[in-house]
Write a protein of this length. Structure first.
Length: 271
């Protein structure tokens, strides 16, 4: 990545030195090898006097602009002087801010990546979609987006997506809660029958289902739906009736055939 470099020398210093008259030949009147000092003019005494040098010492060769050579991490913000007025502190801060060194990272953020590769920072819990980034990076460069502008667009996109996900999660959570509340209030499977409904429903899943089915019911929230609970409760009750060992009224003490439990009218006749 290309970084801007500040010039180490100062051509301005050389210009100021020449303007101040430095380097002129000769000396005071009477000096050996020096030119005679011009006579004072009675009418215009200031005509032949050299111009006053600029206030302060002129920059020396090799001087660097304010802030250059100072590391960004070493530079500190201006602190107000209690002895100064607000206006004086504001003026002093403005001058101090001019000494702030350039941050190479900030410079890079304000540039369009030459290689067309954008390094985007994601918030915690969010991963960069490398495939999507590779697809949109050429368009970012084509549009002349700097690294900072691309990051700003990414931040806005992620914010909207996170807000949508949070809203959808809240809506789905309310739906699952309503299903559970409706099941508990149902005249057939809820109310005073709720505990028995839960037991028989669990029996159906434990006997005929698999651990993967339980995982799905929990992850999807489908286990809260009143009609699914009603169905599982009926299946659990049939298993109990066909299995005296589990408290049923009659049967062969063997687990009922799953096909018989689900479709009793299709069970073979006789035997």
């Amino acid at each position: 990545m290309t970084k801007l470099k500040l010039l180490g020398g100062s051509a301005l210093g050389m210009i100021l030195r020449n303007a101040a008259g430095e380097g002129t030949a000769g000396g005071e009147a009477g000096d050996a090898g020096g030119e005679p000092k011009p006579a004072e003019t009675v009418l215009f005494p200031n005509e032949n006097k050299p111009a006053d040098p600029p206030a302060g010492d002129p920059p020396k060769e090799g001087d660097k602009p304010a802030g250059e050579g100072t590391k960004p991490e070493d530079w500190k913000e201006y602190e107000n002087d209690p002895a100064k007025s607000d206006a004086e502190n504001a003026a002093a801060k403005a001058e101090h801010d001019k000494t702030k060194p350039a941050d190479p990272k900030a410079d890079a953020a304000d540039k369009v990546p030459e290689d067309g590769k954008y390094a985007l920072t994601m918030p915690e819990g969010v991963e960069v979609d490398s495939e999507l980034l590779a697809a949109v990076s050429p368009r970012f460069k084509e549009l002349g987006l700097t690294q900072k502008q691309a990051q700003a667009l990414t931040d806005d996109f992620i914010k909207v997506q996170q807000e949508r996900a949070a809203k959808q999660g809240e809506t789905w959570g309310n739906t699952l809660q309503k299903w559970a509340d409706d099941a508990k209030a149902d005249k057939e499977i809820g109310g005073t029958n709720w505990e028995a409904t839960v037991q028989t429903s669990r029996r159906a899943v434990d006997r005929l289902g698999t651990p993967e089915l339980k995982e799905y019911l929990n992850a999807s929230g489908g286990g809260n739906h009143p009609e699914l609970i009603r169905f599982m409760a009926k299946v659990g009750a049939m298993i109990k009736e066909d299995n005296p060992a589990a408290g049923g009224a009659g049967g062969s003490s063997k687990p009922a055939d799953p096909a018989h439990v689900l479709f009793p009218s299709d069970a073979p006749k006789g035997g």
